[in-house]
Design a binder for this molecule. Structure first.
Ligand code: 5GP
Ligand code: MG
Ligand code: MG
Length: 192
């Protein structure tokens, strides 16, 4: 297992303290906006959004439920998605007449989210909105409505704070940028 992320960490894009502060702000804003909601569901798209979700809900002062959904893109490489999504884990409960807030780690092309919104709209929620920690706005191919954005970031592959690098390093408390060249070298060296 290659744990030495320092070898291929290009830079820390968003440090732990900035994440903490922004997540608290988002939590306060969401609490204000949904204070009259009778059935709020925070719907986390696995797996990248998990750390964001668990930190975010600690700042919510309104009653809410939490549910999870996992989707996978058909034929996607590890660094991009096709957006043709298939549900691999569905919700446990009905969202009909609920205020649904989708919680995402990062929006890139927007294809995954557009498909998820399509799928969920058919289930007749009372409202449907999106909260994403990160927005790679310049990569957008499909318009998607984002009500809450933590940070708009440049077109760089990032990892940490829930986001993976080949399924590893989700535990890091910051958002880092990978140096692809050094990462490949480090993988070869360690065969991981
Ligand atoms: P989209 O369909 O918007 O192109 O892709 C969204 C998904 O691609 C995210 O949920 C995430 O799984 C993955 N993704 C896009 N950019 C990054 C990135 O910079 N780092 C990581 N770890 N995943 C990313
Ligand atoms: Mg995601
Ligand atoms: Mg991933």
């Amino acid at each position: 297992m290659c744990n030495r992320y320092e070898e291929f960490l290009e830079e820390i894009l968003i440090p732990e303290e900035a994440l903490r502060q922004r997540v608290a702000e988002l939590g306060a804003q969401i609490s204000q906006d949904y204070k009259h909601s009778e059935k709020l569901v925070l719907l986390c798209i696995l797996r990248g959004g998990v750390m964001f979700l668990t930190d975010l809900i600690r700042h919510l002062t309104v009653p809410h439920m939490v549910d999870f959904m996992a989707v996978s893109s058909y034929g996607a490489g590890s660094r991009q998605s096709t957006g043709q999504v298939r549900i691999t884990l569905d919700l446990n409960t009905s969202i009909e007449d609920c205020d649904v807030l989708i919680v995402e780690d990062i929006i890139d092309s927007g294809r995954t989210l557009a498909s998820v919104i399509n799928l969920l709209s058919a289930r007749k929620p009372r409202s449907l909105a999106v909260c994403t920690l990160l927005d790679k706005a310049e990569r957008r191919e499909v318009e998607v409505p984002l009500r809450y954005v933590g940070f708009t970031i440049p077109n760089k592959f990032v990892f940490g704070y829930g986001l993976d690098l080949d399924e590893l390093y989700r535990n890091l408390p910051f958002i880092g940028v990978v140096n692809e060249e050094k990462y490949q070298q480090s993988r070869l060296k360690r065969e991981c």
